[in-house]
Design a protein around this ligand. Structure first.
Ligand code: GDP
Ligand code: MG
Length: 296
């Protein structure tokens, strides 16, 4: 009926516009203190995501994190720029009483939604609203080899309602392969039993194809990660790793740990989806609640 009109040219336009606008992506790390959160932030920036980009005086020394602290780097690959921000948080568990230890985290997440909402309802809106919303929260579980602890259940239950959570097993180098495997299985069970919805949430799979892909990820959660801030020589190559008496644990080697799987999920395969879920689900929930409050 119709001749060829060339609608697909819109794809090039979208591509160009996206490249021009640049990407913004914000990750937050959460969990008890001492689990290696700050180290993993360091690892992420030192690993392949940023090796080629300019990361000048990145803070090398990891000291105890005492307050929420954001680090941003602009990463550029093939002309595409991404501003990656990681929000490091002080861990809980230092106090005798851990009641409400999630308050500062929840507050920060909601404050970013509020900022976005205010920009959105302004009469004179910016053409592009700066996006400081937390697109993903990496939740660190101690490698106890047992089950989820009550504090983790409680924390993740609350967080899961406002942000996409990706759970990880911290310092996975302290578990044997078998222990790791069994621990992962038990954690998945505990997440289900406690009704904790981690990313990628099953209900937001868009089609059967995506479901198959995401099922594979869901079956491999939580990622067992190892972090480091040191490079070592292995067969003449510089690798990020932890040197032990028995050898070097290479953090980017998938045979050693699942850091690369985590990074691929966040930066490579699911970045846009994490942004979409943040906007369409978590921010939307916040927006509806806030607007209902102000117009009863
Ligand atoms: P945070 O309190 O969660 O930010 O933890 P830090 O990043 O400050 O790390 C606490 C300690 O754990 C430091 O001594 C790190 O060198 C060590 N550490 C960090 N990541 C790992 C890991 O993957 N494996 C092991 N064995 N130790 C780690
Ligand atoms: Mg820290």
């Amino acid at each position: 009926l119709f001749g060829y009109v060339g609608i697909e040219a819109v794809l090039d336009q979208m591509r160009r516009k996206t490249i021009k606008a640049g990407l913004e992506f914000n990750i937050m790390v959460v969990g008890q203190s001492g689990l290696g959160k700050s180290t993993l932030v360091n690892t992420l920036f030192k690993s392949k995501v940023s090796r080629k980009s300019c990361t000048p005086n990145y803070e090398e020394k990891i000291s105890k994190t005492v307050k929420l602290h954001s680090v941003s780097h602009v990463i550029e690959e093939k002309g595409v720029k991404m501003k990656l921000t990681v929000i490091d948080t002080p861990g809980f568990g230092d106090q005798i009483n851990n009641d409400n230890c999630w308050d500062p985290i929840v507050k920060h997440i909601n404050e970013q939604y509020e900022k976005y909402l205010r920009e959105e309802i302004n009469i004179n809106r910016k053409r592009r609203i700066p996006d400081s919303r937390v697109h993903c929260c990496i939740y660190f579980l101690p490698a106890t080899g047992h089950r989820l602890r009550p504090i983790d259940v409680e924390f993740m239950k609350r967080l899961g309602k406002i942000v996409s959570i990706v759970p990880v097993i911290a310092k996975a180098d302290t578990l044997t392969i078998e222990e790791r495997h069994e621990f992962k299985e038990r954690i998945r069970e505990d997440l289900t039993v406690n009704g904790i919805d981690v990313y990628p949430q099953r209900e937001y799979d868009e089609d059967p194809e995506e479901r198959v892909l995401n099922d594979r990820i869901r079956e491999s959660l939580p990622f067992a990660v190892v972090g480091t801030d040191k490079e070592h020589q292995v067969n003449g190559n510089k690798v990020l790793g932890r040197k032990t008496k028995w050898g070097i644990i290479e953090v980017e080697n998938v045979a050693h740990c699942e850091f690369a799987n985590l990074r691929d999920l966040l930066i490579r395969s699911h970045l846009q989806d994490l942004k979409d879920v943040t906007h369409d689900v978590h921010y939307e929930t916040y927006r509806v609640r806030r607007l209902n409050e102000s117009n009863p």
